[in-house]
Design a protein around this ligand. Structure first.
Ligand code: GLC
Ligand code: CA
Length: 562
């Protein structure tokens, strides 16, 4: 298998607004990130992914860009950005940026031009259509509630926005749009960044005619996703982007691709496809969702494992996997897949063990390394996320009770991941000396970086050791994977094997995803003459016998089999 830095590295995702505020205005910023680079180096991560820092009116916290060549005022200046790139590189790390090109801000000059008249040269940079029967051109809903179309008085037409109405979709059919995007990408790569995380990149090609979507029971709008996810020309565009830009640099790319199966993913990340290196799949994120993300349902470990296994099998030898369990759009992973009460520390370490020993590149979301949890603000007033606020308004209008709606928000709101990073136990968790743009999670006195660094048994030090382990054991990166005990509802267990220069190295991973003690017995046929424990989340005794193990609640064990 071809060796690559982006297969070996561990990625750390920064949501700049909530990471570290250097000047007391309550908003995280670039100088704040620079202050924490040594912290990230200590953790041991190799690649930093920076969520958008471009100029933006912040309707969707930077995912609405008004100038791709400038930095958001609140975050600092281009000089700060240059210093950040330099600081990251000086420490031997890499920096990738978010590339948000399915849409821009409505305040981007292209859109300002585009809406100014029907014959403006920029008109065709966006997707404009005439209305139908006194309404929008089709029945699609936006991801942030309401119609995906906004009427513009001046020219009497509608424009498409799959997200907020301040995020008009670019028209990728227009070669001038694509040229502008490639030019901008080159500009950043020439500046020295090491790649891109591509925002909803599988939405850039829409089916011609923009047909109405199916209206599901209880829904107000049609589901347009079959007509904009993995659209007819998306692979042409990405291959063109690769030819024009990416192939000329040693960079890494990861596409955010909702609704992608392993079969579809192969088209994006296949080694022979010249498109992207990795994609973020959403199957795991959907495991506990009913009709929508707000609708919580139970999940089973066998299904959880099936998703991991299917993605491994689907991309095996053909492409590369990304591994993540939370990010700035998702609730925190510990309450979701672990236990945020009695076993917060154990289950955070358990999930981390999976993330760092499964085949693929691990992505850590800020705060995950100290086991940050969800937040439950009593009042909608304390929420900031546009998706949450729009959904709240819509649900209340439709007659659902406040209590019901808030319960769903406590579980699924994106603000769960966006509360400020908890650095220490001083006011506002040391995030800011001012008033934070969104409140800090009240549990910061107990859960914070300063405390975690002092405690050798903390989640933080466990992450540090896992990252180290990955560097010392190529089998974790390049080894084969074989699931064992696939039908077990409590244990997730697997073997990793690598044959290198005539030598075989083997890892056995055993994870107890339950609150109970569980017996483990190594299946027949997996021989070994000796074993060594590499890491575990409980103090590990010597008596552990693989043919008769008892795992404690949420216990994780990684052995080297000799
Ligand atoms: C992606 C981003 C999300 C954003 C949306 C629109 O899903 O991760 O934060 O709101 O795209 O840009
Ligand atoms: Ca600030």
């Amino acid at each position: 298998m071809e060796r690559k830095w982006w297969k070996e590295g561990v990625v750390y995702q920064i949501y700049p607004r909530s990471f570290n505020d250097s000047n007391g205005d309550g908003i995280g910023d670039l100088p704040g990130i620079i202050e924490k680079l040594d912290y990230l180096k200590e953790l041991g991560v190799d690649i930093i992914w920076l969520c958008p820092v471009y100029k933006s009116p912040n309707d969707d916290n930077g995912y609405d860009i008004s100038d791709y060549y400038d930095i958001m005022d609140e975050f600092g200046t281009m000089e700060d950005m240059d210093k950040l790139i330099e600081g990251v590189h000086k420490r031997g790390m890499k920096l990738i940026m978010d590339l948000v090109v399915n849409h821009t801000s409505d305040e981007h000059p292209w859109f300002q031009e585009s809406k100014s008249s029907k014959d403006n040269p920029y008109r065709d940079f966006y997707i404009w259509r005439k209305g139908k029967n006194d309404g929008p051109p089709n029945n699609w809903g936006s991801a942030f509630s309401g119609s995906a179309w906004e009427y513009d008085e001046k020219t009497g037409e509608y424009y498409l926005h799959l997200f907020s109405k301040k995020q008009p979709d670019l028209n990728w059919e227009n070669p001038r749009v694509r040229e502008e995007v490639y030019k901008m990408m080159r500009w950043w790569l020439d500046k020295g960044i090491d790649g891109f995380r591509m925002d909803v990149i599988n939405m850039i090609s829409k089916v011609k005619g923009l047909p109405d979507g199916k209206v599901y029971p209880g829904a107000k709008y049609g589901d347009g996703s079959p007509y904009y996810l993995n659209g007819p020309r998306v692979h042409d565009y990405l291959q063109e982007m690769n030819r024009e830009v990416l192939s000329k640099y040693d960079v890494m790319t990861v596409g955010e691709t909702p609704g992608v199966t392993p079969e579809i993913a192969r088209k994006y990340v296949g080694y022979d496809r010249n498109e992207l290196n990795m994609v973020f799949q959403f199957e795991l994120m959907g495991i506990d969702c009913g009709l929508s993300k707000w609708d919580k349902k139970d999940w089973k470990l066998t299904e959880f494992k099936r998703i991991f296994n299917r993605w491994y099998e689907g991309l095996k030898e053909k492409g590369w996997n990304s591994l993540y369990m939370n990010n700035h759009d998702q609730p925190r992973m510990v309450p979701r897949f672990g236990n945020d009460k009695e076993y917060r520390v154990e289950s955070a370490k358990l999930l981390a063990t999976l993330l760092h020993t499964f085949p693929g590149t691990p992505y850590i979301y800020q705060g995950e390394e100290i086991g940050m949890t969800n937040v439950a603000f009593d009042s909608i007033e304390d929420y900031r996320d546009i998706e949450t606020l729009n959904w709240y308004r819509e649900q209340i209008e439709e007659g659902r009770t406040e209590a019901e709606v808030m319960e769903a928000i406590h579980w699924a709101s994106r603000d769960n991941a966006r509360t400020p990073m908890q650095w220490d136990d001083s006011p506002h968790a040391g995030f800011t000396t001012g008033t934070p743009w969104v409140k800090v999670n009240p549990n910061y006195k107990d859960i914070n970086v300063a405390k975690a660094r002092k405690d050798q048994d903390s989640i933080f030090h466990y992450y540090r050791r896992l990252i180290q382990l990955r560097k010392e054991n190529p089998v974790i990166v390049y080894g084969d994977y074989r699931p064992i005990l696939e039908d077990d509802e409590k244990l997730f267990s697997y073997l990793r094997t690598l044959n290198e220069d005539g030598e075989e190295s083997r890892l056995l991973v055993i994870l107890n995803f339950s609150e109970e003690e569980v017996k483990f017995k190594l299946p027949e046929g997996i021989g070994y003459s000796d074993k060594k424990i590499l890491i575990g989340n409980y103090p590990v005794g010597l008596q552990k016998d693989l043919s008769n193990l008892t795992l404690k609640p949420y216990e994780a064990l990684v052995y080297q089999l000799i």
